[in-house]
Structure formats: C-alpha cells, structure tokens
Design a protein around this ligand. Sequence first.
Ligand SMILES: *Cc1c(COP(=O)(O)O)cnc(C)c1O
Length: 432
Amino acid sequence: MHDFRFVGNKLFCEGVSVGSLAKKFGTPLYVYSQHTLTDHFQKLDRALAPLDHLVCFAMKSNSNLSVLRVLANLGSGFDIVSAGELQRVIAAGGDPCKCVFAGVGKTVAEIEFALKAGVYSFNVESEPELQRINQVAAKLKKIAPIAVRINPNVAAKTHAKITTGTYENKFGIAFEEIEGVYARAAKLKNLRLRGVQMHIGSQITETTPFELAVKKVLPLVTRLKAKYALEFFSIGGGLGIVYDPMLASGDPAWWQTAAAKNILTPQKYADRLMPLLKPPGLKILLEPGRFISGNAGILVTRVEYVKRTGKKNFVIVDAAMNDLIRPAFYDAYHEIVPLTKKGGATLKSDVVGPICESSDSFCKDRPLPKVGEGDHLALLSAGAYGFVMASTYNARPLAAEVLVNGKKFAVCRERQPVKEIWAGEKVVAWLK
Ligand SMILES: *Cc1c(COP(=O)(O)O)cnc(C)c1O
C-alpha cells in the first residue's frame, strides 16, 4: 500500500495535493512519501521480529539524504555498493557499523575507506577480492569482516537484466566452490569470516524462488557456521512490488482481486522463510531496496504538446528517459495518471519525452484520459531506480525532489542549475 491517492478528483501524496507541489516547484519533479517509506520498512521489520535480524536498505534504489535519514531514524542499516554510497550514509547521519558493502569491483581506495569507517561486512564476490581486502587490512593493521556471496544458481523468475543468482551472471561465487573458498579465506590473517550472503535478483513477486534458494544453501550455511563461527546470513533483497494499475493508483478494490491473493507481502515472506531461517541461529540480514522505496515515490511531469499523427496520439511531456530510464532500459511498466482526474473517453496514447532517441518513451498505445498542454501527469511507483539512475543527457538538469510528511513538504534536492552540468568542464588552453 502507499500514500498516493485521489481525494475527489485530485491526486494527493499523504495530506498534500501533488498539483500544488508541481505549481510551487516546477516539473519534472520527484515526490516521495515519508509515511510510505516508514510503513514499508516497519512491515518488513515487524514481520521478522521473531528473528534476530537487521534490515539493510539497498540504497542504490534511492539514495536521497532525506530518504536515508528517514530509514536511519527507524534503525535501518544500509546495503552499499560504492564508497560514494557510504559517504552518503555518513552525510545522512546513518551508521557505518550497520552497512554491508556489496559489489564485484571494489577498488583499493574503496576498501580502505570502508575499513576505516568500520562497515559491518564486506560481501565478497571473488577470490581475488578476498586477497585484496586481506592485503588492504594488513596495511592498515585492521581485521576486515567479510561474508562470501553465494551464487545459488536458481532462476529468480524475473527480467533477465535483473536476475543475479545464476551461473550466467557475474555475481557471487558458485555454490559448489564456497567451502573451498572459506577454507582458503580462513588462512588469511587479516580477515574475520563474519557471515555468508546471497541475492538472487530483483522484482521477484513470489516467495517460492526465495524459499528454494534458502533451502538449497541452508545445509551449507549451517556447516560454515559450525566451522567458522559465523554470525550472520544475509538473504539479500529483491522483494518485488506491484506496478499494477489499480493498486498503483491506490484503489482499495484491488485488494479484493485474485491478483491480490498471490502478492508477496512481508507477512507471507516471513511466514515461509522464518521456519527455515530460525534453526541455524544466525543473525538474518535482509537487503530490500525497491520494496521499501518503489511505491514511495512518483515522477510528476507537465504535458508540453499533444501530437496526432495518422496512426498515433503522442503526449509529449517535460520528463524524459534521463529522468526515469526504467521503461527504456528494462521495458518497465509505470502507471500514468493525470493529477486531476477528468471523466470522459480514453485515448490510446504514447507518452514520450523530448529526447532525441526513439526509446525515450514511457508507454505505448496506452488508454489514457485525454490531456492537453499544461496538464500534469504522474508516473507512479518511481521511487526506486528512478532519480538515482538520472543523467544530464541532452544537457537536461537533474530534476528536483520533494519529501512529504502528512501536511508538511520540503525540497530534499534542489533542481540542478543548468550551468552545474558543465561546471567541471573547460575549453582547453590551446583552443583559446
Ligand atoms: C540491488 C541489490 C539489492 C536490492 O535489490 P531490490 O530488488 O531493490 O530489493 C540487494 N542486495 C544486493 C546485493 C543488490 O545488488
């Protein structure tokens, strides 16, 4: 559930009309709901309460400092994938001791920084990385806490570009090799074998792939714990969300539909996994990104032109693939609603941005209410992998971001001034 819904014919985020935000701050504009972020975090956290656990928000899905602070204040840890993300956690007032550092390409400088900051664990993805972390730790006279990422070789039943847990992917170390890797790691003097980790993919909307993966690795995890006194088992993130039109538009009737019965909820996830996860007696880490932030944000855009061709109705808006790349990148579906609902017939439309690429399109032939120049639309479920993937392609400044809490709202990122786009550039001397 989330806190974007129509009150009368106006879209609201919590107690604030989204139209008033568009008027005040301009578009394209990301709007986040603090209550939704809080609610999603707490639903997961509470469902897992019977286990010793830590939810580490995968901040690559949304790393705005205010979003991080909301979660840090709730006790969240963070799943980070670069030294830059760790610096963001620190800037937001989060605790590095609750951070796990993932990723296949950690540099020496990143390892040094994370070791000095005191991260909870490096989630290691290869043997050369183990060697490198050991060397860096020796140089700094420190002991580095590590977990090895198991690639369980299970299909996550999701889009190919977001599957990570099969041998076709670059992530983790093959299931069959893990015991050998731990045996060699145990000989490295500046490592502490603290845990074991896995992550099978993203936007997984059923519990079964998680259950199969956990069942597959559990005997191995139990043996490793006995041998190396491991402290934690991270089962990764990847919990999917509903991009479904009815739910996405906050319609309570959706919960009566057949689709609702199959939806992955924190309670179902916990009910299926907790009986498996309790016996080994390890601290359980979870790394959800999209589940917490996805439905907590929308992208608001203004209609610039409506262009009718013989075949098509193009709604040309002021947001583009540089603001939200998911449709172009993963064929992702985002529900699109006008900020002011009007009755009347729908028209099959393509909502497109101004960028000179055919893939700069948010939807094709979708039945939408008739809109005209100056109307506003919202792309829903844009809180995860939205702003964080934005670029300045076509010299388009990064959008502004606003956080809403009840009736309160504030800019949590200013719209980028256009000159900042080339601030680090110069015309080299010999051209002058
Ligand atoms: C991306 C990622 C996550 C989060 O994925 P979501 O689908 O957003 O939950 C968690 N763990 C690791 C290692 C990741 O790479």
